[in-house]
Design a protein around this ligand. Structure first.
Ligand code: PEP
Ligand code: MG
Length: 546
């Protein structure tokens, strides 16, 4: 049995066979195929799996975001079925005795290059699709098909690192856990794993490619993974896992109850989501609405920029399903660690301090307007709010609101219905805290993004695992910044919430409530545990205290 340690991001146990994942772009060997017939068979099988996979992705996307956004998977299927492409690949295997991976790479890359050189912008853009389908075939050839975990057995994924877009595309149905050598507890990948309620370890230095296919237990309660566990240990941890999976009767009993303290103060406990596919867990955990819909995950989950119709379908689904509960959608927070190929963003020296979030939206106005129009149209279907991320100056908020108004007027002229919606600001930069009084004049609410607020206040890169020792989520400067924001918001009669990971930290719940925080938005699995803590608090002043 091998034991390796890491930093756990969820107190849960996962059991499954290890699948080692390597990021696309890994080396393909040009070794000669000793048995071309066997290579042809491997190619045909991988090709068929990739074709089937596109069919599954088509159905899933159709269900989640509508037919229009699913069409790309149909196009991928047609590309894979193209006879010229298939014949050229088979020829390299047969004539040149190339192995299946090598032949796939050479032929698909050539076709992609041909498309890239075309004048028609539509055809040019198809070259990226060819790379996508090439990766799908290669993944099946190399057993690296992380995004489409197949079979019937639960899998623990092991990787050097996973980007937010790789994580968001994982097929969650058979995923029992995730282990990475890199990563930090506040990275978006960790946040995603938490919102998927997935046991996960980051910074696990001991991971080894040779673990592939071996049985393992990820013990998130103790921050370690056991590879080839002894039968006794496996049994013991399986029992513990099953016991913790059993419904907690006390938490179940809190469903339908308010999050009210013993002395009668009620605060909102809502959920953070990444898209319509999280709706089930919002309902299952009885959240009181959505306090943060990270809309950029729609963009990360898509091969090209989602259209107004696709976004409208996704926002409407969430808003309509949860109505009359509030749903706060944050405008696209792309940049820094959340990069998207089709956005064509320059590489930057300091991406966390660079062109991201509201800065991109205010620079690329058409891109921004597509999203705002989709949101405003969805606002007609329930109780919706919009908030802007990474604001650091008042003019940014004023300008963003002006674009929103422009969209509302356009939609009215076109005969589209829109609803009223609150407009808020995320407080994520020290600058925003210091000018909170000014921002409050233009906002209906504040939502504290404590992940970025901690990063920028303490000058600690949230993605850098080596800095975890210096990173203190309870840093007095951050707590003081929260208090200043709440005070400024309340001076101007607006509500103030927390939507960063700190909101779920129950060791701070009493502190936040005493500060006057009005709403906590947390990953869905934390809603009921948080409600339990709130209902046990008594905030009445201690006799004799000032
Ligand atoms: C935050 O910064 O706290 C936040 C909620 O936004 P994100 O984690 O997506 O940057
Ligand atoms: Mg943030």
């Amino acid at each position: 049995m091998i034991v390796a340690r890491g930093m756990s991001i969820l107190d849960r146990i996962g059991i499954g066979k290890i699948r080692v994942y390597r990021a696309p772009g890994y080396e393909i060997s040009d070794r000669i195929a000793e048995d071309p017939e066997a290579e042809l068979k491997r190619f045909d099988e991988a090709l068929q799996k990739a074709i089937d996979q596109q069919g599954v992705l088509y159905e899933k996307a159709k269900e989640e975001t509508g037919e229009e956004s699913a069409a790309i998977f149909e196009a991928h299927q047609m590309m894979l079925e193209d006879e010229d492409l298939q014949d050229a690949t088979r020829e390299i295997i047969r004539e040149q005795k190339g192995n299946a991976e090598y032949a796939t790479k050479i032929v698909f890359d050539n076709f992609a290059q041909m498309f890239a050189e075309m004048d028609d912008p539509y055809m040019k853009a198809r070259s990226i699709d060819l790379i996508d389908v090439k990766n799908a075939v290669l993944d099946f050839l190399t057993g690296n098909d992380a995004a489409s975990i197949q079979g019937t057995e639960p899998v623990i994924l092991v990787a050097e690192d996973l980007t937010p877009s790789e994580t968001v595309r994982l097929d969650k149905s058979l995923l029992a856990g995730m282990i990475t050598r890199e990563g930090s507890s506040n990275s978006h990948t960790a946040i995603l794993a938490r919102s998927m309620n997935l046991p996960a370890l980051v910074q696990c230095q001991g991971i080894d490619e040779r673990w592939d296919g071996r049985m393992a237990v990820l013990d998130g309660c103790n921050g370690c993974v056991y590879v080839d566990p002894t039968p006794e240990l496996l049994e013991d941890l399986r029992e513990k896992r099953d016991a913790s999976l059993g419904k907690d009767a006390v938490l179940e009993g809190l469903k339908g109850q308010k999050s009210t303290t013993l002395d009668g103060r009620t605060i909102m406990v809502s959920a953070n989501i990444g898209g319509p596919s999280d709706l089930d867990s919002v309902l299952e955990n009885d959240a009181e609405g959505v306090g943060l819909f990270r809309s950029e995950f729609l963009y990360l989950n898509s091969r090209e920029e989602p259209t107004e119709e696709q976004q409208f379908a996704a926002y409407r689904r969430v808003v309509q399903t949860l109505a009359p509960q509030p749903v706060i959608i944050r405008t696209c927070d792309i940049g820094a660690d959340k990069t998207i190929g089709y956005m064509d963003l320059d590489k930057e020296k300091n991406p966390a301090l660079g062109f991201r979030a509201i800065r991109i939206c205010l620079t690329r106005k058409d891109f921004f307007k597509t999203q705002l129009r989709a949101m405003l149209r969805a606002s007609a279907y329930g109780n919706m709010g919009i908030m802007f991320p990474m604001v650091s100056s008042k003019w940014e908020l004023v300008e963003a609101k002006a674009v929103l108004e422009e969209c509302r007027e356009e939609l009215a002229r076109e005969g589209h219905e829109t609803g009223s919606c609150q407009v808020g600001v995320m407080i994520e930069t020290p600058a925003a805290v210091l000018i909170a009084d000014d921002l409050a004049e233009e906002a209906d609410f504040f939502s504290l993004g404590t992940n970025d607020l901690t990063q920028y206040t303490c000058a600690i890169d949230r993605e850098n695992a080596r800095l975890d020792r210096f990173s203190d989520p309870h840093h007095p400067a951050v707590l003081r910044a929260i208090q200043m924001t709440v005070d400024a918001g309340h001076r101007h009669g607006i509500w103030v919430g927390i939507c960063g990971e700190l909101g779920a930290d129950t060791s701070l719940t009493e502190t936040f409530l005493r500060m006057g925080v009005d709403e906590l938005s947390v990953n869905p699995a934390s809603v009921l545990p948080l409600r339990r803590v709130i209902r046990g608090l008594d905030l009445s002043p201690v006799p004799g205290s000032p």
